[in-house]
Design a protein around this ligand. Structure first.
Ligand code: DGL
Length: 289
């Protein structure tokens, strides 16, 4: 494997199966306004969450390999499904440091879970089928606090509804959330991890369904903090000069119109002209190792 070396001026690459990773981009832009970001959304092959770990790993390898052409100083896997099922293998495949969203999300949840004495020590998790099946959140939380139990539920309808542009006020969205969140209401969990980077788009509706006594944990801010710390430790932060007016470039595998029209909901501002990458191009790439 070639030795890794990079400069503060090199970009940060961010990858997700679709649009959800833009919630992490938003947090990165807020915390690190001088960094150039390259975003890759595998919008032709989303959702990953209903696919097998083998397929998820194969797709993730191809996408990260595509991103290495930009010489990123760091890659962020802004997808819980990939973070839960493939991150360890990806660390072995690439020399570029990779940060996932799962460990930061678990850390934020444990920090927020102030459970009164005598109450059951459990927190809730909603995520894709693949993330729930991996048990990766349960393991990450146990490593931080072995007395806390994670009660997880897969919510496979949420990502397609979000990628389709459904609004959280929609009666269909409200009724699907009622169904999925019912167990957490009965258990009165103090904390619910939004274990998929798409879900913050529905956070108001989730809050309205569960009530204000449950704190929602979104890993985006914590991930941005971990990225900032990693860059500082490696002495490759781009922290001098004026903030960039537009430091974000987006690549997608499905032609960009849907991405353009929905990205604003995730980012809080418009994205124009994402660059289209044919999925066939990715399939011909081999990993760095
Ligand atoms: N955004 C991805 C995650 O965080 C999931 C969406 C998908 O199923 O591809 O898990």
């Amino acid at each position: 494997m070639p030795a890794f070396s990079s400069q503060p001026s090199d970009p940060i690459a961010v990858f997700d199966s679709g649009l959800g990773g833009l919630t992490v981009v938003r947090a990165l832009l807020r915390r690190l306004p001088r960094e150039r970001l390259i975003y890759f959304g595998d919008t032709a092959r989303v959702p990953y969450g209903s696919k097998s770990p083998r397929t998820v790993l194969q797709f993730a390898r191809q996408c990260l390999h595509f991103l290495t052409q930009f010489n990123p100083k760091l890659m962020v896997v802004a997808c819980n499904t990939v973070s839960a099922t493939a991150l360890q293998s990806l660390h072995q495949d690439f020399t570029v440091p990779i940060i996932g969203v799962l460990e930061p999300g678990a850390a934020a949840a444990v920090a927020a879970a102030r459970i009164p004495a005598g109450q059951p020590r459990r927190i809730g998790l909603i995520a894709t089928e693949a993330t729930i099946a991996s048990q990766a959140y349960n393991q990450a939380v146990t490593r931080l606090d072995a007395t806390i139990q994670v009660i997880g539920r897969a919510c496979p309808l949420l990502v397609p509804m979000i990628e389709e542009g459904r609004l959280q006020e929609s009666p269909i969205v409200r009724s699907v959330l009622q169904e999925y969140l019912h167990p957490f209401k009965s258990l009165q969990v103090p904390v619910l991890i939004l274990g998929c980077t798409h879900y913050p788009i529905f956070s108001q509706a989730i809050e309205a369904t569960l009530g204000s006594s449950t704190t929602l944990i979104d890993s985006a801010d914590q991930t941005a903090l971990v990225v900032a710390e990693k860059l500082a430790t490696m002495h490759i932060a781009n922290d001098a000069g004026t903030p960039l007016a537009d430091g974000l470039t987006c690549y997608v595998t499905d032609q960009g119109q849907r991405f353009e029209s929905l990205a604003g909901r995730f980012l809080g501002r418009l994205i124009t002209q994402p660059v289209w990458v044919e999925p066939e191009r990715l399939e011909n790439l081999t990993v760095e190792k």
